[in-house]
Design a protein around this ligand. Structure first.
Ligand SMILES: *[C@@H]1O[C@H](CO)[C@@H](O)[C@H](O)[C@H]1NC(C)=O
Ligand SMILES: *[C@@H]1O[C@H](CO)[C@@H](O)[C@H](O)[C@H]1NC(C)=O
Ligand SMILES: *[C@@H]1O[C@H](CO)[C@@H](O)[C@H](O)[C@H]1NC(C)=O
Ligand SMILES: *[C@@H]1O[C@H](CO)[C@@H](O)[C@H](O)[C@H]1NC(C)=O
Ligand SMILES: *[C@@H]1O[C@H](CO)[C@@H](O)[C@H](O)[C@H]1NC(C)=O
Ligand SMILES: *[C@@H]1O[C@H](CO)[C@@H](O)[C@H](O)[C@H]1NC(C)=O
Length: 438
C-alpha cells in the first residue's frame, strides 16, 4: 500500500499494467518486503523507441576532425542506429536478463538521521550462495552502467572454484533513477541517502553485517555508507578510490619530483577533467537542460553514455557491440534517464565528486572511516597509480592490488581478476575484519 498513488485511493483509478507512476513503461510493483520481479517493458514503448531511432536526425560530419576526438564517430552512431532499427530484439534481451538474474523489488524506509524522508522503492538482484559460510556482499554499480555490471562476476562470488576461497551472498541493487529502481521524486537524494537506503535493504534481507565491493558512483556511496554504518559495513574493496593530491604533492608534481605512480595518477585525472568531463559538468550544474534532449532522443542518449564507455575500457578486452550499447542505454531510457543524470547534481551538493583533481572526491571532512579497505586499480580506468599512502588519507586502506589489464568496469571487463582480489582480501579474515562472520 505504501506506494499507491494518492489518486488511486481517492478516485479508485486502477494502475494500468504498464502505467505505474513510479516506474514509467514498466510493469512493476513495490511492496514493503522483497517480492520476485521480472522485467516486463511495455512493447508499445519499445516499438516507439525504434521508430524514434529510425527517424533520428544526425549531425553533418566535419571531415578534418580526428576520429573520435569530438565524441563517438558518425560511423558509431550510424552502426548503432542500423542495428537498433533492424536487429535489436528487446524481447530476447529482456528474457535473457530475466533468466540470468534473480530480481526483486521492495521499499525501504530512510532512517531518522537522513533529511530525505520519503520511502525509497528499490529493484535489486539477490543471489544466495549454497555455501553455509557465505558472507553477504553488497555490489553497487556506477555511471554509465547499471546492475548489469555484476553479470560476469556474480557466479565467481556465489560459487567460487573451491572451498578455500570465501563465498558470498550477492546483493546488487539499482541506484534510484537507474535500471528499475524508480528515480527519486524529491531533491536531496544523493550518495549519502543511497547509502542509507542500501543499508536498510541489507537489514530487510536479514544481513545485519556485510561487506561491500563497488566502483564509480557505487564506491562513492560505499564511502558514505561506511561512515554512517560502522557496525554493519565490516570491510570494503573499492575499484574507484580517488584521493585528492595535497598542495605538497602538486608542488612536487610541478617540479617533476613525483614518483612514476604519482605522476600517472595526477596526469590521468587531469586528462579526465580536461577532456572527458563535459558530460559531468552539465549533469552537475544543469541536468534538466540536457535532460530534455537525453529524454527525447534514445539514440542521442546511447551516444552520451557510449562516449565514456569507450574511453574508460581496456581496448584489448572490451569491444563494445551495438547490442551492449543499446542495452546499457535502455537501463536508463526505459524509465527515462533524467533521474540517473541528475544524481551528479546531488553529488556536487555533497561535495562527493567535486572536480576530481580540483575538489574533494569522497574526501569531505569527516568522511574518513576506520573499516579496512582494499583498493583495486586497473590501467585503463580514469584513475590509476594511486599510491597506498595517498589512499590512506581517505580511509583505512591496507592493500593495493595493481593490475596490468582492465578498465573502469572491472567487474564486467576482467571479472576473474577482480574476483581474485575479492577472494584474497575478504579471505584474509584478520586484516579485512571478516573474522566477525565466522
Ligand atoms: C566506433 O568508432 C571507432 C573509431 O572509428 C571504432 O574503432 C569502433 O569500432 C566503433 N564502435 C562501434 C560500436 O561502432
Ligand atoms: C522470471 O523469468 C524467469 C525466466 O524467464 C522464470 O524462470 C521465472 O519463474 C520468472 N519469475 C517470476 C517471478 O516471474
Ligand atoms: C539536514 O538539513 C539540515 C538543515 O538544512 C543541515 O544542517 C544538515 O546538515 C542536513 N543533514 C544531512 C545529513 O544532510
Ligand atoms: C582454490 O582456487 C584458487 C583459485 O583458482 C587456487 O589459487 C587455489 O590454489 C585453490 N585451492 C585449492 C585448495 O584447491
Ligand atoms: C601532504 O601529505 C603529506 C603526507 O602524505 C604530508 O607530508 C604533507 O605535509 C601534506 N601537505 C600538505 C600541504 O598538507
Ligand atoms: C619537468 O619535465 C618537463 C617534461 O620533461 C619539462 O618540460 C619541465 O621543464 C620540467 N619542469 C621542471 C620544473 O623541471
Amino acid at each position: 500500500m505504501l506506494f499507491l498513488p494518492l489518486v488511486t485511493l481517492l478516485c479508485g483509478f486502477a494502475e494500468t499494467a504498464h502505467g505505474s507512476s513510479l516506474l514509467p513503461n514498466v510493469n512493476a510493483a513495490f511492496g514493503d518486503s522483497p517480492a520476485s520481479f521480472n522485467i516486463s517493458v511495455d512493447r508499445g514503448f519499445i516499438n516507439g523507441l525504434r521508430e524514434r531511432v529510425r527517424r533520428a536526425r544526425l549531425p553533418v560530419e566535419v571531415q578534418s576532425v580526428s576520429a573520435g576526438s569530438d565524441g563517438p564517430t558518425i560511423a558509431n552512431v550510424t552502426s548503432v542506429q542500423r542495428f537498433w532499427v533492424k536487429d535489436y530484439d528487446w524481447e530476447t534481451t529482456e528474457q535473457s536478463i530475466n533468466s540470468r538474474f534473480k530480481q526483486f523489488t521492495t521499499t525501504v524506509q530512510m532512517p531518522p538521521q537522513s533529511n530525505y524522508s520519503q520511502d525509497v522503492p528499490l529493484h535489486f538482484v539477490h543471489h544466495k550462495s549454497s555455501r553455509p559460510d557465505a558472507i553477504p556482499l553488497l555490489f553497487v554499480h556506477g555511471w554509465p552502467g547499471s546492475f548489469l555490471e555484476v553479470e560476469n562476476i556474480i557466479g565467481f562470488l556465489t560459487n567460487p572454484p573451491n572451498s578455500s576461497l570465501p563465498a558470498f551472498h550477492v546483493v546488487a541493487p539499482s541506484i534510484p533513477g537507474f535500471g528499475f529502481s524508480p528515480a527519486p521524486r524529491y531533491a536531496g537524494f544523493g550518495s549519502e541517502e543511497a547509502g542509507h537506503a542500501f543499508n536498510a535493504l541489507m537489514h530487510q534481507l536479514q544481513y545485519a553485517k556485510y561487506v561491500m565491493q563497488s566502483g564509480d558512483f557505487g564506491a562513492i556511496i560505499m564511502r558514505y555508507q561506511a561512515v554512517s554504518y560502522p557496525q554493519n559495513l565490516v570491510s570494503v574493496l573499492s575499484n574507484f578510490w580517488p584521493v585528492q593530491p595535497n598542495a605538497t604533492d602538486l608542488a612536487r608534481y610541478a617540479a617533476n619530483e613525483t614518483t612514476t605512480d604519482e605522476t600517472e595518477y595526477i596526469a590521468r585525472f587531469n586528462t579526465f577533467v580536461d577532456v572527458e568531463s563535459g558530460y559531468r559538468i552539465i549533469q552537475e550544474t544543469q541536468p534538466l537542460t540536457i535532460g530534455y534532449a537525453l529524454t527525447d532522443s534514445p539514440l542521442g542518449f546511447a551516444m552520451w553514455i557510449f562516449s565514456l564507455m569507450r574511453e574508460a575500457v581496456d581496448p584489448h578486452i572490451t569491444i563494445w557491440t551495438a547490442q551492449d550499447i543499446i542495452t546499457w542505454s535502455l537501463m536508463y531510457t526505459i524509465q527515462g534517464p533524467y533521474g540517473g543524470v541528475r544524481l551528479y547534481e546531488e553529488m556536487l551538493r555533497e561535495c562527493a565528486f567535486q572536480g576530481l583533481g580540483v575538489g574533494n572526491l569522497g574526501g569531505t571532512p569527516g568522511s574518513y572511516f576506520k573499516q579496512p579497505v582494499a583498493i583495486s586499480e586497473f590501467p585503463y580506468d580514469i584513475w590509476y597509480g594511486l599510491p597506498l599512502d595517498w589512499a590512506q588519507r581517505g580511509g583505512n586502506a591496507k592493500v593495493r592490488y595493481m593490475h596490468d589489464r582492465g578498465g573502469h568496469f572491472a567487474a564486467w571487463e576482467v571479472p576473474q581478476l577482480l574476483a581474485d582480489d575479492i577472494w584474497g582480501w575478504f579471505g584474509d579474515r584478520e586484516v579485512s575484519g571478516t573474522k566477525v562472520f565466522y
